[in-house]
Design a protein around this ligand. Structure first.
Ligand code: UD1
Length: 427
């Protein structure tokens, strides 16, 4: 299995092009199921999860075609066409490898009036149940049956009537599934306490481009008037705010300066504010964000929260960065119950972090020393890369398939700005 080797200590400087957002791509791709016309997505990141999603769509009879990209475009262009769906079942084999497969539930029931999807099961960062996905669909008129590890959702009479649902906790995935199902429901659906993440806004924009009627985009109340049919569209995936935030932390932890080309500041305000509190200089220009570390990093206290709060997907990277701050920081994880798996690995490199319940105290200015470490989930992996960039000596990160799920051409992008990083095989 491949590993990543980093010889730390280099100050990063230069430009990094930010890819299309993974989490947005994973909710835009299933929209292909909602129409018999072609859907073209531009700026798709070249990631394992995007490829897997393409294979999942093929299972339902959707054709997928990857086109050449224009010279000025980094991302991939894919056209999908679901002229006729041949199956409405998402099998265990695919769902267990990629949790986001659950996002076919809403569009399948929207288009076919039924969907059978394997239950995703446990996940490294917590239990991650799907009860809210099911409750929202039920409120819209779906009948739900659970049997043999699968969930079967059926729309009586072939089409959901629509309905009103208030999410008891904010859920990105459940909001996405409900939105996609509501787009072709018979009547109106109102979703309250809906997620407001930029990826939800991206999904609403695509659905509207396909002919959907959605009010309240970007707010916590979404009103969707179901349409008889949706049509094809061409749409550009938003930039990845988590990738951009991760590279901002890379600039900060190495005392460097990076221009994040294509990053959108309004999608990642809480991250930028937290970086500024840590003493990092942020300059926003049209089409990019410049991040520069001048002088020692300052400690900060942060609590993760749904958007517009500080993203849970940035917690691990900030933790790595704050091991170098001038004092003690406190991080509190409120979204997922088991999202500190990077702590023991960072500790092996010399970090001083104490976890009590949902909070972690990070005592700064620990000298980090390179070590063999193991990636445990996607963002945890990035925190180890960041620690490796700041450590003395060599860090070896194994199980990097986690990184390949979410960071496009990671080592190439970091090499280009001065990091001593390479991917090596076992051979
Ligand atoms: C998405 C993102 C993930 C991010 C997370 C929170 C994708 C592919 N993944 O995950 O990167 O970390 O949002 O911003 O976009 N919950 C329930 N019942 C449910 C659904 C969720 O209790 O049916 C709970 C979860 O356990 C968690 C919280 O709600 O505690 C938020 O989870 P959710 O927003 O649904 O995360 P995902 O959509 O899975």
């Amino acid at each position: 299995m491949d590993r990543i080797l980093i010889r730390g200590g280099n100050r990063l400087s230069g430009r990094i092009a930010i890819s299309g957002a993974k989490n947005s791509a994973l909710t835009l791709l299933p929209c292909a199921l909602l129409t018999d016309e072609p859907l073209t997505l531009r700026n798709l990141p070249r990631l394992a999860d995007v490829d897997s999603f393409g294979h999942l769509l093929n299972q339902f009879g959707v054709s997928t075609m990857i086109e050449g990209t224009r010279p000025d475009e980094f991302g991939r262009v894919m056209t999908m066409r679901a002229s006729r769906l041949t199956s409405s079942t998402a099998p265990y084999d695919i769902v267990r490898k990629m949790r986001a497969s659950i996002l076919v539930l809403g569009p399948l029931i929207g288009r076919m009036g039924e969907a059978t999807v394997s239950l995703p099961g446990g996940c490294a960062i917590g239990n991650r149940p799907i009860d809210l996905h099911l409750k929202a669909l039920e409120a819209m008129g779906a009948e739900i049956e659970l049997a043999a590890g699968y969930v079967k959702a059926t729309a009586p009479g072939g089409r959901l009537p629509g309905g009103r649902f208030t999410f008891p906790v904010v859920s990105v995935g459940a909001t996405e599934n409900a939105l996609m199902a509501a787009a072709t429901a018979k009547g109106t659906t109102v979703l309250e306490n809906a997620a407001r993440e930029p990826e939800i806004v991206d999904l609403c924009r695509l659905l509207i481009a396909m002919g959907a009627s959605i009010d309240g985009v970007g707010t916590e109340t979404l009103t969707i008037e179901g349409r008889d049919r949706l049509h094809g569209a061409t749409y550009r995936v938003m930039p990845d705010r988590i990738e951009a935030g991760s590279y901002a932390c890379a600039a900060a932890i190495t005392g460097g300066a990076l221009e994040l080309v294509g990053a959108e500041a309004s999608d990642m305000r809480a991250t930028l504010v937290a970086l500024q509190e840590a003493g990092v200089t942020i300059t926003e220009t049209a089409g990019s964000i410049h991040v520069a570390a001048n002088g020692p990093l300052q400690p900060v206290s942060l609590s993760t929260a749904p958007f517009p709060g500080f993203a849970t997907d940035m917690q691990a990277q900030f933790m790595a960065m704050l091991t170098q701050a001038d004092g003690a920081s406190v991080l509190t994880e409120t979204i997922f119950e088991n999202r500190y798996m990077h702590v023991p690995e960072l500790a092996r490199m010399g970090a001083d972090i104490q976890v009590t319940g949902r909070s972690a105290v990070v005592r700064g200015q620990s000298p980090l020393i390179g070590a063999p470490v193991m990636a445990t989930d996607l963002r945890a992996s990035m925190s180890l890369i960041l620690a490796g960039l700041a450590a003395t000596g060599e860090t070896q990160v194994s199980r990097i398939y986690h990184l390949d799920r979410g960071y496009e051409r990671l080592e190439e992008k970091l090499q280009a700005v001065g990091a001593d990083i390479e991917r090596v095989g076992d051979g």
